[in-house]
Design a binder for this molecule. Sequence first.
Ligand code: SF4
Length: 193
Amino acid sequence: MPTVFVRLTGCPLRCQYCDSEYAFHGGERSTVNSVLEQVDSYGAKHVCVTGGEPLAQPNAIALIRALCDEGYEVSLETSGAMPVEDVDARVSIVMDLKTPGSQESHRNRWENLASLQQKDQIKFVICSKDDFDWAVFKIQEHELLARVGDVLVSPSFGQVEPAALADWVLKSGLPLRFQVQIHKVLWGDKPGV
Ligand code: SF4
């Protein structure tokens, strides 16, 4: 779906595969109204608030609420390391659970799972077969398929062949949604797309 991405600066994590390091620093200060005006200029119905780790910004919750109030379909991409309890109930949360291969799995805030609903998604970025097996174990341990609308698995770019991950999904017998980074397929591995 045509979507406007609002990318907020900063992230307390350092996943080894991160492709958004340019978002750790810099950016410019904006008011909520200024962001709303920029979003409106694109004319899309869907807005994805992402980062970095968007919830690391103190005003992210207010921005997200304002986007919902304007009538946008809002999704939030978050690392799973920050509390999500205060995120507006109209938002579709796309929450990572960091695998051991990310080198940040100790940052998973497992208590976030209690806040997720059928409108939400959980995503695993898979760096190896061991990561996939770990994800399957966590899916079963926490009954994730019943908790959220979709459980997504995505191959870490350059570390797992997409076809290999698709094969693991089929062999697992689990109804997982397979996802590739479509912006890289379309426009290459570069910032700003
Ligand atoms: S949580 Fe996301 S933005 Fe932060 S280091 Fe990991 S991949 Fe990069």
